[in-house]
Design a protein around this ligand. Sequence first.
Ligand code: TRP
Length: 331
Amino acid sequence: MKKIALTGIKPTGVPHIGNYLGAIKPALELSQKCEARYFIADYHALNSCKDPDEIRSMTLEIAAAWLACGLDPEQVLFYRQSDVPQTFELLTVLLAFTPKGLMNRAHAYKAMLKSNAEAGKDPDDGVNMGLYTYPVLMAADILLFDTDLVPVGNDQFQHVEMAADIAQSFNHIYQQQAFKLPQALAHDTVKTVVGLDGRKMSKSYGNIIPLFAPEKKLRKLVMKIVTNSQSVEEPKDPESCSVFALYKCFAEPAQVEELRAKYIAGGMGWGYAKQKLFEQMNAVLTPYRERYEELMDDPGYIQQVLREGSAKARELAAAKISQIRRIIGIE
Ligand code: TRP
């Protein structure tokens, strides 16, 4: 029996290289080994985004991004959270098993309280109940599909642990294994992807390289990567260099060794290293970019893929929710 891997993708922000290397690529690799269920978490996005056009367009763009990167809807159950209403029924059930204190301990919520305190505002300023109960909706997403593994970034680990806590409490009260206990899965192959300024690539730092940037724009961004002021002649340290760090993410091992030797030998300028990086990134990303543009020209196809996936997801979810309703005495 294959393990079930599930993850949610929030439809916010244009996908960048960090998302691709840190989330999309490892999740697609995992889908070769597991029964994968990947979905667009549009109701999670609603907590922070109240712009309907943005929710609509980001849903399409994010779905197109995953399809362009190779998600095969025949192999991965690919759906929209909002198309699976059983999620929201399970959310209501799980709320009755979630101690308020557990939500108080959520890192994301605590960070908001802290930043409000620092700004001299009311602690709960800007905190809606959707944000407060965010981990319970996530638990519903996960537990509804008998998930074993949840591939996520470190910032989501606590939420997956909370889902397991809630499941355990439910199982304990009814003395049966109604829910599987999910486990977070770190993408250990990929360490932090550095951005243009050498810090972690992140939308909030404004240092991203968009995954589908057109060739000219890609080149421009690569040329903007911050390096030091060493002269061409000086030998350079590959390990502390952002250009080299990114090159390692895109080149074959033999190419990496070749460039490493050039760094160490000296006589290589930053312009050369950046050009090498640009060429390599462009070679890897061009097929994805082309496929992405094709998909975005045909939104009807993307919608159809999501509709078909969602119909299958609803069948699985309906069976699970009826099991849960029987257990709690509502059916
Ligand atoms: N909270 C996740 C994020 O911000 C998205 C998400 C929603 C999710 N539901 C999920 C991830 C269920 C894993 C499992 O990235």
